[in-house]
Design a protein around this ligand. Structure first.
Ligand code: FMN
Ligand code: ATP
Length: 308
């Protein structure tokens, strides 16, 4: 997969292409359905597959006060597109040029001239160009004028609810991890380096790996979760506490994971924590004895979940 970070980088593609466009935050099941259609259409017509997306959320520029926190960072986004077998990932900054380009110019100058597009594969609600004026109708009109194929993918729903990045952000903030995973079509995960914590847990029989996280992302609601932790590609069963450790009046959002049957030193290692199920909200305990008693109950609950 070739990643293109600015339009200047590509004079114009020589290969004929099929293109899907959008923000694609989270790369959820709806996006995956669209991308599968893109890949099938490209295979049938012997085209290279192109994703046109942004490295920042468009609302950062359009409505900065309401700009959402992203579900995944750009590294995760690139990894996921790579795994899906995309040929060209155009991931440009959403800047004033992107914000102000007329929808007609976007089709003619970018999709047709730069990307050599022969097929557009888009979701039913696709919008692009200045003030989001470009839509399916305009693509239809231009597909006849310039003779390119147009496929419109209907919305994928679960229990009658359209899967969207917006709904996944709301579920994350409510701690509805089972639903998040259903909508993503994979386990929601956080990747970060292991850093030093207070080192109290170890003295109580549950040493925890504290993980540094990108606090600008949309993170799950505080609480205790059943998780799997991936270290050097090996998957371990674990339990994870996220939030502010209210018993200790901590100010920072913190992620710490207790990996079952594990005793290696992993400071500084990059690990990925996959969230499977929420056990409870976090609690401010009157004393640490009660906190540790509860943690032991949580650990038993998680071990029971894993049948260990
Ligand atoms: C499974 C689990 C559940 C936890 N639940 C809470 C909680 O409800 N309230 C809280 O203040 N801290 C909670 N903690 C955080 C503890 O305060 C913390 O793990 C302990 O102080 C060790 O911190 P350290 O890793 O920095 O040494 C929890 C930790 C774990 C591993
Ligand atoms: N549930 C879905 N089923 C099929 N296609 C989808 C679905 N959700 C989004 N798409 C399509 O994927 C492309 C990228 O969409 P976009 O990034 O706007 O996703 P979104 O999840 O709808 O985000 P938001 O919640 O911010 O509106 C668009 O063409 C869009 O129509």
């Amino acid at each position: 997969m070739e990643v293109i970070h600015s339009l200047g980088e590509i004079g114009s593609l020589t290969e004929m292409t099929g293109v899907s466009l959008g923000t694609f935050d989270g790369l959820h099941k709806g996006h995956i359905t669209l991308i599968k259609t893109l890949k099938e259409d490209c295979k049938l017509q012997n085209l290279k597959s192109v994703i046109y997306t942004f490295s920042n959320h468009p609302r950062e520029l359009i409505n900065s006060k309401n700009s959402p926190r992203l579900i995944i960072n750009n590294k995760q986004k690139i990894d996921l597109f790579y795994k899906m077998g995309i040929d060209f990932l155009v991931m440009v900054k959403f800047d004033n040029f992107q914000k102000n380009i007329r929808a007609e110019d976007f089709i003619e100058e970018i999709l047709l001239k730069k990307l050599n597009m022969k097929a557009a594969i888009v979701g039913w609600d696709c919008h692009f160009g200045r003030k989001a004026e470009g839509n399916i109708e305009l693509l239809k009109e231009f597909s006849q004028k310039y003779d390119f194929d147009l496929t419109v993918v209907p919305p994928l729903k679960i229990d009658n609810e359209i899967i969207s990045s917006t709904s996944i952000r709301s579920q994350l903030s409510k701690g509805l991890i089972d639903k998040v995973n259903l909508f993503l079509g994979r386990n929601y995960s956080i990747t970060g380096r292991v850093i030093k914590g207070k080192q109290f847990g170890g003295t109580q029989g549950f040493p925890t790996a504290n993980i540094s996280v990108d606090l600008s992302l949309c993170l799950p609601k505080s609480g205790v979760y059943i998780t799997r932790t991936v270290i050097d590609r090996i998957i371990y069963k674990s339990i994870t506490n996220v939030g502010f450790n209210p018993t200790f009046n901590q100010r920072n959002y913190n992620i710490e994971t207790y990996i079952f049957d594990f005793s290696k030193n992993i400071y500084d290692k990059e690990v990925t924590v996959e969230f499977l199920h929420k056990i409870r909200d976090d609690i401010k305990f009157d004393n640490v004895e009660n906190l540790y008693k509860q943690v032991k109950t949580d650990i038993d609950y998680a071990k029971n979940y894993f049948n260990i």
